[in-house]
Design a protein around this ligand. Structure first.
Ligand SMILES: *[C@@H]1O[C@H](CO)[C@@H](O)[C@H](O)[C@H]1NC(C)=O
Ligand SMILES: *[C@@H]1O[C@H](CO)[C@@H](O)[C@H](O)[C@H]1NC(C)=O
Length: 368
């Protein structure tokens, strides 16, 4: 009887334990399932199903982050002294300063690597190192060919406190504090849908011979944005420079890759050194195609944003309302750009607000 009593007392507890165990198992199973679905959805989103087979793809929602001292990265911005580059660098630097010390940031120092060979009038405003451009004529009118050479020189000459480097561009705006997305083994990069080594095997093979491995070892990326260990970049940058020059000198490669040639050069140079990247879709967003800034780190305003007054995208046709960096080739955009009409996506609204905030707070905005 006493035993029965003990049993009946114990059984609710036992039941609770059993059901808790069951819940836990279910929870684990559901988590696994959700994760699997997320992977699939993410890959489908990207229209690059081969990413599914890439073991280095990290989920954007993954909060697993490297948290250790010394994981800060140096922000390295390559630029020329063209007015068009300058106003973008000023906005870029403004937002770097605002986000740098906020919670979640691993941002360290900042250098504008100015590859036009001589100082300009922003030397006192933005920390800058002047490096040489390629010898006259070697860039064949393709200015970005100077980027790898700029990095090679900077890495040789500069004393860089941080162990990691973010390669950034003037039309990047930090929309929130950027953590170090790389880790000890793998740099982190943004996957571009239009970089398709697998669809350009014939050309890729000119630089990445078969004995090196499958062309899918070449990541669908460019050099920016990338967070990479300084030592890894020191190793790959000279190859990146050589590959990009060789590509530019080859008419077939030049014609096929056009303005993304130098991105392929970076991806191939990395693969030649066995460097593979963690692909982070949340690294960056590109208005007007990406509609929201949620959970993403950098706004890249390379595409024009054209809308009619109903807030409908009129891409390719000049909109009644527009913001396009290319409308401001010879001078900065005015302060206080008119906000877009209702119905325009949050990403575009945020971009304009951020440009306006920067221009309002940068002294002598109009004098470049
Ligand atoms: C780059 O090319 C130059 C000239 O062809 C060569 O001397 C150098 O060794 C190459 N460097 C690398 C890292 O490929
Ligand atoms: C910006 O322009 C709007 C009208 O488009 C105006 O209402 C506002 O006061 C202006 N802000 C500044 C800071 O000039």
């Amino acid at each position: 009887m006493a035993e029965r009593k003990a049993m009946s007392k114990a059984s609710p507890v036992l039941l609770v334990v059993i059901s808790l165990g069951f819940c836990f198992a279910t929870y684990n199973f559901l988590t696994m399932l959700m994760h699997h679905i997320a992977i699939k959805r993410w890959a489908a989103d990207e229209k690059t199903d081969y990413l599914l087979t890439d073991p280095l793809v990290e989920m954007p929602h993954s909060l697993k982050r490297l948290k250790r001292p010394g994981a800060r990265f140096h922000v390295a911005l390559t630029a020329t002294d063209a007015v068009y580059n300058k106003w973008q660098c000023r906005i870029m630097y403004y937002w770097y300063k605002k986000q740098k010390d906020l919670l979640g940031s691993d941002m360290g120092g900042f250098t504008r690597i100015l590859h036009s060979g001589k100082p300009d009038n922003l030397m006192d405003e933005i920390p800058t190192m002047v490096v040489d451009p390629l010898p006259e004529g070697q860039d064949r009118g393709y200015v970005v060919l100077n980027r790898p050479w700029a990095f090679v020189q900077w890495l040789e000459k500069a004393t860089i406190k941080e162990e990691y480097i973010l390669m950034a561009e003037p039309d990047h705006v930090f929309v929130r504090p950027l953590p170090n997305l790389a880790d000890d083994r793998f740099p982190a990069a943004f996957p571009f849908f239009y970089i398709r080594p697998d669809q350009n095997e014939k050309i890729v093979r000119k630089y990445y011979p078969e004995e090196k491995g499958p062309v899918t070892n070449v990541d669908p990326i460019g050099n920016s944005p990338v967070i990479i260990k300084k030592d890894t970049l020191k190793m790959t940058a000279p190859t990146w420079m050589n590959v990009s020059i060789k590509m530019k000198e080859d008419p077939e490669t030049d014609k096929t890759f056009g303005w993304v040639l130098e991105m392929y050069a970076y991806a191939i140079a990395s693969a030649l050194h066995g460097v593979q990247h963690i692909l982070r879709k949340d690294f960056m967003l590109q208005p007007p195609w990406d509609l929201k800034t949620d959970n993403k780190f950098i706004i890249h305003y390379t595409y024009g944003c054209d809308y009619n007054m109903k807030g409908e995208l009129t891409y390719g046709k000049i909109g009644e309302w527009r913001f396009d960096k290319r409308s401001h080739l010879s001078g900065p955009p005015p302060r206080n750009i008119t906000m877009p009409p209702p119905g325009v996506p949050e990403s575009v609204v945020t971009l304009v607000k951020m440009v306006n905030e920067a221009s309002a707070n940068i002294p002598n905005w109009d004098t470049l």
